[in-house]
Design a protein around this ligand. Structure first.
Ligand SMILES: C[S@@+](CC[C@H](N)C(=O)[O-])C[C@H]1O[C@@H](n2cnc3c(N)ncnc32)[C@H](O)[C@@H]1O
Length: 282
């Protein structure tokens, strides 16, 4: 009998409409579905076909998950292993891949919408604003898992760029302290995205001066992201704010900026064809 295959599937932040078409198709056709039931929305698992074997992974350890997976594959069945957001971000993927590699099992990873990008969308922010920040650091708060040397929050915060902090909502006072110590001013915009894409989603905006108190008052203790930096400032969208309009305008769609797919109007008129900018136009 031919061996089955394992698909690690990015289940997105919650909202089932944020699944990719490929993810949905693979969930629909899988014989066995193993999903992170603490973070993956139950509506996503409802796409499984009738008769599919469905397991929540919340109460299973790695050995138990891999045993279920290997057994299914040996029986020629297809396994959809649904992880939250995108599997490559804090997805504990490596240890699962190692087991599959050593058993010679075929597997594929289907990317998903990370909670980081769902949060940016809800907040209506551009994480990379010209003249404000062109870099996004995704990190986590130090907890039981130690951060590698040079990846302490203070070290990362020294860049002053847009920060997205996972797994840190219960450590807000310390996060704020470290960011301020690294040089982020008290009035740096900050936002919390709690269970973005779920029915009880909450968005909280503030600054480093008050965000920790707001989180405490809202009693948020899990499944939330912390976004920090000037790019998170809602005022950047304000068309009446001259300063915002000045700093935050990308060259990309400017008539005088050229790239592979668009020549400048003036140059096109003059018959010039060289592109000056990047081909990776947004
Ligand atoms: C184990 S990590 C998984 C991250 C996931 N792979 C991703 O790309 O979004 C779990 C953490 O991600 C964040 N998270 C996951 N889903 C979220 C959601 N719907 N809303 C806000 N934060 C979320 C929280 O910080 C949570 O503690």
């Amino acid at each position: 009998m031919a061996q089955g295959k394992v698909y690690f599937i990015g289940g997105g932040p919650g909202d089932p409409e944020l699944l990719t078409l490929k993810a949905k198709r693979l969930i629909e056709s899988a014989d066995v579905v193993i999903y992170a039931d603490s973070l993956v929305h139950p509506a996503i698992v409802e796409f499984a076909k009738p008769g599919a074997e469905v397991h929540g992974s919340k109460e299973l350890n790695l050995d138990e998950i891999m045993e279920l997976t290997l057994q299914a594959v040996a029986e020629g069945r297809t396994v959809a292993r649904i992880q939250s957001g995108d599997p490559s971000i804090y997805g504990a993927m490596l240890e699962q891949m190692r087991v599959l590699e050593s058993a010679g099992v075929d597997y594929e990873i289907i990317p998903g919408v990370s909670a980081a990008f769902a949060a940016a969308a809800k907040l209506k922010v551009e994480l990379t604003v010209p003249d404000v920040s062109q870099t996004v650091i995704m990190t986590r708060a130090q907890g039981r898992i130690a951060m590698p040397p040079k990846e302490q929050l203070q070290d990362l915060a020294a860049h002053g760029c847009t920060l997205i902090i996972f797994l840190g909502i219960t450590r807000m006072p310390r996060i704020v302290r470290e960011l301020k110590a690294a040089g982020y001013p008290e009035d740096t915009p900050a936002a919390i995205a709690y269970r973005v894409g779920w029915e009880d989603e909450q968005i909280i905006r503030g600054t480093l001066a008050d965000i920790a108190d707001k989180v405490r008052d809202a009693k948020i203790t899990r499944q939330a992201l912390v976004l920090v930096g000037r790019a998170v400032d809602p005022a950047l969208r304000d068309p009446d704010l001259a300063e915002a309009a000045e700093v935050a305008t990308s060259h990309l769609y400017s008539g005088s900026y050229t790239h592979l797919f668009r020549r400048s109007r003036e140059r096109a008129g003059a018959g010039a064809g060289n592109s000056a900018g990047s081909a990776d136009a947004g």
